[in-house]
Design a protein around this ligand. Sequence first.
Ligand code: T46
Length: 130
Amino acid sequence: MYKLLNFAVHGDHSGNLVALEKGVDYVFDVLRIYYIWGTEKNAIRGKHAHNKLKQLIVCLSGSCDFTLDNGSDRQVFHLESPTQGLYVEDFVWREFTNFSGDCIVMVLASEHYDETDYIRNYDKFLELIK
Ligand code: T46
């Protein structure tokens, strides 16, 4: 399952603020936060799914494209605002591309980093979700 979320923005003449709260904007315990920047425009990141991991993905600056695939549907999300987040559950194949030079992506994750949670072969992913 994946879903594009719109966050509440607290803005006034001095600027904007978004607060992400458990139970409102995401539902899992956050065990890890990581961020990605300085990615080459033509890079392709991701190319995997997860067995267990749930994540909330926010493009804080610039833009990039996230392609999500649940085995039957494939959808491209153009992330370009810190007011939106992509919630992505386990067993979703993801690729991200088309990075602007100023792109900074922050990810809230439900698990510690664990290489054994990654499914890096697309055919195996299709096999597992049958
Ligand atoms: C995902 C997408 C959106 C760590 O040591 N700890 C970490 O928490 C992470 C995420 C990565 N790493 C190391 C492992 C690799 O040596 O950092 C290097 C790059 O990681 P990776 O190639 O997995 O990066 P992406 O951008 O392809 O994927 C990441 C996440 O791994 C993945 O869960 O959903 O961002």
